[in-house]
Design a protein around this ligand. Structure first.
Ligand code: FAD
Length: 563
């Protein structure tokens, strides 16, 4: 049985209600996925429940960088940077198809005040270059043997060749340094798939609504509601892991016990634009300083570019929305450092999410550490909070170590060298997939997209195309997503709704001019065939999706421009 097929979900629901588990993980973002994998690989019987779709929370809203974080260097947060750089190296090794090195141009300007948030500005800005150089040397050194590539200083002309729209005026030079880029949703799916291959029972649209307790007061299970059918059942487990991200406090509150978790949600938004509007090559650009002492990125994403991010307060955690002010902030900064005159008319889509930062009363959100904390409650619940996409494996390891210690199990760390689903035999598989795809007449951009997002599993997508050539057609003419991916999303990635496919299994919602509203019917029809949807259900899915897109455009103040 395919471990994450939509059809497997029914069998998994039965098992959730029937079996006894060692570990119940609450939350199907990258953190919960990581915990499920680590625990399953160490031999635990694992269940994971996610109340919406996998990665539908923060884990699909990130900048999608696997990075140490150069901006933490001036904050002297070396432990975090070192930890993240080590994890970056492990991820490039364990999921080479999905975590790929990316070069960044970091420009240095004559009138720079505090680029990358350096703590002091030397008189006349002299010595700033040396300070940045020293920081990047540390960055390279901290990555150790797993470094992606060493940074170097480049001349203004070289910087302009890589990022032709960069402002020339006052440009003194630049640095070229390296980090890595991923697709956060697909990374979460790859981790979940690997966990399922190791026996974890994993379901989306299943919400924890309460807990059960043993006579000694310790939690020994959870009440779970299948959101799609409204059925409720009990999942029995010896260890309960709260990996609910910004919702961790709410999950903890369901116990009714004293609260330990304190999260400071901080909103970040991104803009997606056509790549030729910002004229970047395959190299990303760092906008070195913002009005609030941060940095911004302009990053290539196929034929699109993503610009982000912001760091502001909180709002409705269930419905993160970008406001016109958030959007204006990003446009202003891009236009300050680039000769592009970017306006709201250029925006293809906007996405917003909340960082689940660990609360600290003194610090402003922008300065809160991204470090994680594993909290043990008196009732036995273990909460894993904070962290970053990049450090998910380490967060999971630290969490499972806690329960392994409780159980008197040996402390082993098998995920350090564990390839994720799609990565096994990747070196040889890529050539074979290229050849297979070319035989089927697919273009290079489609093949590159399939390889990056699916790794070795791209073969399964190609097999669907071979069976039915219509599935080899693109869903949206200028984007590389194939109709076959819709089928694969149902058969191999537990897609349950139209939004699951358009917003997460693919990124059509983010990259398409119409945010997928124009192809909603077409994609729903493909899903209806796979999931045996009635005509009513199919229509309802399309309507719900279009309403969602309309709602986003209204909140962003962009609706009028699209009419
Ligand atoms: P989430 O992804 O939010 O997952 C928690 C899940 O728990 C949710 O899916 C939710 O539905 C589920 N849940 C909640 N309550 C229940 C319940 N009762 N029952 C069942 N399920 C429940 N990190 C990087 O390393 N690199 C970056 O480039 C980067 N950029 C970022 C940019 C922005 C704007 C933001 C906001 C974050 C960024 N991060 C980045 C940080 C990173 O995205 C997050 O740290 C990470 O995604 C958090 O994952 P999570 O699994 O803890 O939370």
């Amino acid at each position: 049985m395919e471990p994450l097929a939509a059809a497997t979900r029914a069998a998994y629901l039965e098992r959730l209600a029937r079996d006894r588990f060692d570990v119940l993980v609450i939350g199907g973002g990258i953190t919960g996925a990581g915990v499920a994998l680590d625990a399953a690989v160490r031999g635990y019987r694992v269940a994971l429940v996610e109340k919406v779709d996998f990665a539908s929370g923060t884990s699909s809203k990130s900048t999608k960088l696997v990075h140490g974080g150069i901006r933490y260097l001036p904050q002297f947060d070396f432990a975090l940077v070192h930890e993240a750089l080590v994890e970056r190296g492990l991820l490039v090794r364990n999921a080479p198809f999905l975590v790929q090195p990316l070069a960044f141009v970091l420009p240095l300007y004559q009138h720079a005040r505090r680029p990358v948030g350096v703590p002091i500005t030397p008189p006349g800005g002299y010595g700033l270059g040396l300070m940045l150089d020293a920081g990047l040397w540390m960055y390279d050194l901290m990555a150790g043997r797993l470094n992606v590539a060493r940074h170097r200083r480049i001349k203004p002309e070289q910087a302009l060749r890589l990022t032709p729209a960069l402002r020339r005026e006052g440009l003194r030079g630049a640095f070229l340094y390296y980090d890595a880029q991923t697709n956060d949703t697909r990374l979460t799916l790859a981790v979940l798939r690997t966990a399922a291959q190791h026996g974890a029972v994993i379901t989306n649209y299943t919400e924890v609504i309460g807990f059960t307790r043993a006579a000694d007061g310790k939690l020994n299970g959870a009440y779970v509601r299948d959101v799609l059918s409204n059925q409720e059942f009990t999942v029995r487990a010896r260890h309960i892991i709260n990996a609910a991200g910004v919702f961790a406090e709410r999950v903890e509150a369901l116990t009714g016990d004293e609260s330990k978790v304190a999260i400071e949600p901080s909103k970040g938004i991104h803009l997606v634009v056509a790549r030729d509007r910002v004229k970047i090559s395959d190299t990303a650009l760092v906008l070195p300083e913002t009005d609030d002492g941060r940095i911004l990125f302009v990053i290539p994403w196929g034929v699109r570019a993503v610009i982000g991010t912001t760091d502001t307060g909180k709002g409705d955690l269930d419905d993160p929305e970008a406001t016109p002010q958030d959007i204006a902030y990003l446009l202003d900064h891009v236009n300050r450092f680039m000769d592009v005159n970017l306006t709201a008319d250029d925006i293809l889509s906007v996405y917003a999410g909340y960082r689940p930062l660990v609360k600290s009363r003194e610090a402003r959100a922008a300065n809160l550490s991204r470090t994680h904390v594993v909290l043990q409650e008196a009732n036995g619940m273990v909460s894993i909070v904070g962290g970053k996409l990049t450090t998910y494996r380490r967060m999971a390891q630290d969490t499972v170590d806690v329960i392994a210690k409780r159980d008197g199990m040996p402390i082993v760390h098998p995920t350090e060298r564990l390839p994720l689903a799609g990565a096994v035999g990747w070196q040889d598989a890529q050539r074979e997939i290229e050849a297979y795809g070319r035989r089927l007449g697919l273009s290079q951009d489609v093949l590159d997209h399939l390889k990056f997002n699916f790794g070795g599993n791209a073969r399964s997508v190609l097999e669907l195309v071979e069976e039915d050539t219509e599935l080899g057609e693109r869903i949206v003419p200028d984007l590389p997503y194939l109709r076959a991916e819709v089928i694969y999303a149902c058969r191999g990635e537990m897609a349950q709704t139209l939004e699951d496919v358009l917003a997460r299994r693919t990124r059509i919602m983010l990259e398409d001019m119409e945010r997928g509203a124009g192809v909603a019917e077409d994609v729903a029809a493909l899903m209806a065939r796979e999931l045996a949807w009635s005509a009513d259900r199919t229509r309802a899915e399309v309507e719900k999706y279009r309403t969602l897109v309309g709602h986003q455009l209204e909140a962003e103040g962009l609706a009028a421009r699209r009419r």
